[in-house]
Ligand binder design. Structure first.
Ligand SMILES: [Zn+2]
Ligand SMILES: [Zn+2]
Length: 329
């Protein structure tokens, strides 16, 4: 049995330091956490009595008796999904994120998360971090990076396509880099011009300030539009700049209904594509791609303590994070 520190949410929304005791099973690994990214989704669960965090990075300290794919000392990470049945249609076709028995952050394994000193996970659901990516940068790739890479990769963005990204934050600043390195033309939509220089440096080709705009001026229509803001955009502004047959990807979690003008969807044969997190093979390819193209999140570090977590959540909540928070043990 191993006992370790985890940081949980609570009814009052305060972060609570707690202990978890777990047994290391044959197909699992014990990971000493070194870093965790902070994702918007963590905010949604801070009122739950559960281990927070799902952008984990650390070093394997012990392996279960049947684990052959990892060794002690390996640099590894994990993300949103912890397990799946392994034998359903989705699992057998590389879509285990849609397995009816999937185990996901927020829905299963409430006794641990990546805001912790250790974690025990099934070896089949962790990822080797490429040697060239330091763990403080790898951590946010495990949800934020995988989420935006999955959209571009799994729904066929091509180098000839124009990719629009609404919002320049944790997801948006990674989406710019991935889309740019895939060879796409990248158009960033943000409230004001304040982040323009940074967006262009990361690979944006165009930057459009949307605040107060009656219509949007872009140099050509958008084939893939990623919505990374925490609120739904004004669709009346964005639908006219979509390419016929283009696709909209709502990425951030919202409790509200999806409301969108009806006729433009039909008239332009637009698609609305849901996208969850990356399946494991896509996640691996994301890491390889990020390593090869030196894609790095821009991070702001906080200590992995009750105060550090609360401070990081406050920074994110106030819209001041530049651009992904990382907790450091
Ligand atoms: Zn996340
Ligand atoms: Zn399954």
């Amino acid at each position: 049995m191993v006992e370790f520190t985890v940081f949980k949410g609570s009814k009052e929304g305060k972060i609570v330091e707690s202990k978890t005791t777990k047994e290391l099973k044959a197909n699992e690994v014990l990971i000493k956490v070194t870093h965790s990214g902070l994702c918007g989704t963590d905010e949604h669960y801070k009122h739950e009595d559960m281990g927070l965090g799902h952008e984990g990075a650390g070093v394997i300290e012990e392996i279960g008796s049947s684990v052959t794919t990892y060794r002690k000392g390996d640099s590894v990470g994990w993300g949103y999904q912890h397990d799946a049945c392994g034998h359903c249609k989705q699992c057998l076709t590389g879509h285990e994120t849609l397995c009816p028995e999937r185990k996901m952050y927020g829905y299963a394994d409430h006794d641990q998360g990546s805001f912790a000193h250790y974690a025990i996970w099934k070896a089949d659901f962790i990822f080797k971090i490429p040697d060239s990516i330091p763990r403080e940068y790898a951590a946010p790739l495990n949800c934020g990076g995988a989420t935006v890479f999955n959209v571009l990769h799994s729904f066929s963005a091509r180098s000839t396509h124009r990719v629009g990204i609404i919002g320049f934050g944790g997801l948006g600043h990674l989406a710019i880099q991935f889309a740019h390195k895939m060879g796409c033309q990248v158009v960033v939509f943000s409230g004001t011009d304040s982040k323009k220089d940074e967006a262009m440096k990361l690979g944006a080709d165009e930057f459009v300030a949307t605040k107060g705009a009656k219509e949007l001026q872009v140099s050509g229509p958008i084939d893939h539009l990623l919505i990374t803001t925490s609120f739904q955009p004004d669709w009346k502004l964005f639908l006219p700049i979509m390419a016929p047959g283009g696709t909209l990807y709502p990425l951030t979690v919202s409790p509200d209904d999806f409301k969108i003008p009806y006729m433009p969807i039909i008239a332009g044969e637009l698609k609305i594509q849901g996208s969850l997190v990356a399946a494991r093979q896509v996640h691996r390819e994301m890491f390889e791609f990020a390593a090869h193209h030196q894609i790095r999140p821009i991070i702001q570090k906080f200590p992995m303590t009750v105060e550090g977590i609360e401070e990081s959540m406050k920074t994110l909540d106030e819209g001041k994070m530049r651009y992904r928070g990382v907790l450091v043990v």
